[in-house]
Write a protein that binds this ligand. Structure first.
Ligand SMILES: Cc1cc2nc3c(=O)[nH]c(=O)nc-3n(C[C@H](O)[C@H](O)[C@H](O)COP(=O)(O)OP(=O)(O)OC[C@H]3O[C@@H](n4cnc5c(N)ncnc54)[C@H](O)[C@@H]3O)c2cc1C
Length: 523
């Protein structure tokens, strides 16, 4: 079937049940679920690429991930596909990433961290024998907390219309697994992440291993809630990578949506949500076409959804001010290199280069908040090598290497467009000094997405990777909800809504938004 045809609804003056704005994971989740229920769905994506931040990108035959770089919480994907009456394996082939990290420490030492907690304890005890038991205890405690969080994906998933209802939440909240985990949860949430880590571990390098996963939450480990310590354990539950790159996930979801009758139009920006008498009744596209629908679901970030697409004239002033005041999560500049060969120094999918915990904590106030960039050596960074896991992601004999790094949107002494070529060169020199001698000789193709590029390309305010900061004032009831409290028939799904950013959470937001729509409309 052509991308531009949907058999059920003729083009023109048609009235769709649902218009989805954006093909991020949140938008695709809704398109899948609602079209499976027989609803006519039109999905409009402004760019030429599906998947938003979870997409693949081609640089002269080298395939890279635009944003999201791995899959965690695989059980949730399994459950989602089951909800669709399908199995994940039929659509996406996932490879387990083990070892999870090649950790490169500031003192020049390194280690390959296995996925299995006991095997990783063996590796850790080679340089920090005193941390062996503490590491195992840390993993046990975090597993207890994580298992409690996983009650949400316990089989069977409730039917869509029951998802997120008080009954469903009560059943989840009173599950035995959650009850048993309460002491562990309390021990964790009453401290900072730093304090939780130091309760179990002593050695600086072991502490470094558990101190960087919270980075993209945008709050240093000595200030962020201890629950974020769980993030450092999650790699030991399994990180996965899809064959074909992260874009294989949205591609599969779009295929399912189309099979259920969803019409997907690419290169079609929505410029306005049409509001009449306080109700969303359709959208206007960049070409001035007005398309009407019973429900509008925005997968664009909540701030532009309300302030630009709905427009302040339809919002109470207090609501508009509240939307404006949300703090954004941090951006993550990405540098991409196409190499002539595989460097022998690269030993696994991720190579992590982060400073020790105290220096990492200081980075936020001394550099990030000031709009400054430290020396490359002092920046928290990760080398991401998709083609080591899936060689088809580079031209034959060649290799694809990305650098995921940190940097503020507002730079005090640079602007990102001018700084970009220099940043790419500095990154190459840094990789050459720190990890791969002769690296620059291998580089045949190079590119970068700065925070400003992310903003332009994906309409992510300030390039923020999780939409809004994942801090307490932006979580739970404080985060924008799936059902607009102001505009009837407008719903939101995506990183800036509950429960937050990251592919699995965004999928949860899509399930919840769809459940609200189904309940509200008796669908
Ligand atoms: C650099 C980076 C690294 C990351 N790493 C990870 C990771 O390893 N693991 C993980 O789980 N998560 C990661 N994330 C976060 C994760 O990718 C996102 O939280 C998630 O993919 C966001 O999905 P979403 O549904 O909110 O939509 P988005 O991905 O934000 O997509 C929204 C889509 O809507 C489209 N759109 C916006 N406005 C309009 C409009 N007006 N008209 C039409 N279309 C419109 C956009 O073009 C886009 O395609 C990362 C993100 C980034 C940027």
């Amino acid at each position: 079937m052509s991308e531009h045809l949907w058999s059920g609804v003729p083009r023109g003056d048609s009235l769709y049940d649902v218009i989805v704005i954006g093909s991020g994971i949140g938008g695709l989740t809704c398109a899948d679920l609602l079209s499976k229920r027989g609803r006519s769905v039109l999905l409009l994506e402004r760019s030429e690429r599906l998947g938003g931040c979870c997409a693949s990108y081609d640089l002269n035959g080298h395939k890279f991930d635009v944003g999201a770089i791995f899959i965690l919480y695989k059980e949730l994907y399994d459950r989602f596909f089951e909800m669709m009456g399908l199995t994940l394996d039929e659509y996406v082939q996932l490879d387990l990433l083990d070892p999870v990290y090649d950790m490169r420490f500031k003192d020049g030492s390194s280690l390959l961290l296995p996925m299995d907690p006991v095997e990783s304890a063996d590796v850790i005890s080679e340089f920090a024998p005193g941390d062996r038991e503490g590491w195992l205890e840390f993993c046990r405690e975090m597993k207890t907390v994580w298992d409690a969080a996983k009650v949400m994906v316990d089989k069977p998933f409730p039917p869509l219309e029951q998802f997120g209802t008080p009954g469903h939440l009560l059943k989840t909240a009173t599950s035995l697994k959650l009850m048993r985990a309460i002491p562990a949860i309390l021990r964790v949430i009453t401290n900072t992440q730093d304090a939780v880590n130091r309760r179990y571990l002593r050695d600086r390098r072991t502490l470094t291993i558990v101190s960087f996963e919270n980075l993209f939450a945008g709050i240093p480990a000595d200030r962020i809630n201890g629950i974020f310590a769980v993030m450092s354990y999650l790699s030991h539950e399994g990180y996965w990578y899809p064959r074909g790159g992260m874009g294989a996930i949205p591609e599969a979801m779009a295929r399912i949506a189309r099979d259920n009758g969803t019409e997907i139009r690419m290169n079609t920006p929505v410029t306005r949500i049409v509001v009449e008498n306080g109700r969303a009744v359709g959208v206007e596209t960049g070409e001035g076409e007005i398309i009407r629908a019973r429900v509008v679901l925005s997968n664009a970030s909540a701030i532009p959804t309300y302030l630009d697409l709905v427009g302040r004239e339809h919002l109470p002033a207090r609501f508009a001010r509240a939307i404006e005041k949300y703090t954004l999560s941090i951006p993550a500049p990405m540098v991409y290199f196409g190499l002539s060969e595989k460097p022998e120094e690269i030993r696994c999918h991720f190579t992590v280069m982060v400073p020790p915990p105290e220096q990492l904590n200081a980075y936020w106030d001394e550099y990030y908040a000031e709009g400054l960039m430290p020396r490359m050596e002092d920046l928290p960074q990760g080398i991401v090598c998709p083609s080591i896991t899936d060689p088809t992601l580079a031209p034959p004999g060649k290799f694809s290497l990305g650098l995921l790094t940190c940097g503020p949107y507002h730079l005090k002494y640079h602007n990102w467009d001018e700084y970009k070529p220099e940043f790419i060169e500095e990154s190459a020199s840094h990789i050459e000094r720190a990890v791969i001698p002769g690296f620059r000789e291998m580089v045949q193709d190079r590119d970068m997405r700065t925070p400003v590029d992310f903003e332009r390309e994906l309409l992510l305010p300030e390039g923020s990777i999780y939409g809004l900061e994942m801090s307490i004032p932006n979580l739970g009831p404080f985060r924008p909800s799936w059902r607009s409290p102001i505009i009837t028939n407008l719903y939101l799904a995506g990183a800036s809504t509950n429960p937050g950013g990251g592919v699995p959470l965004v999928m949860v937001s899509g399930i919840n938004a769809s459940a609200c729509i189904v309940r509200d409309h008796g669908w």
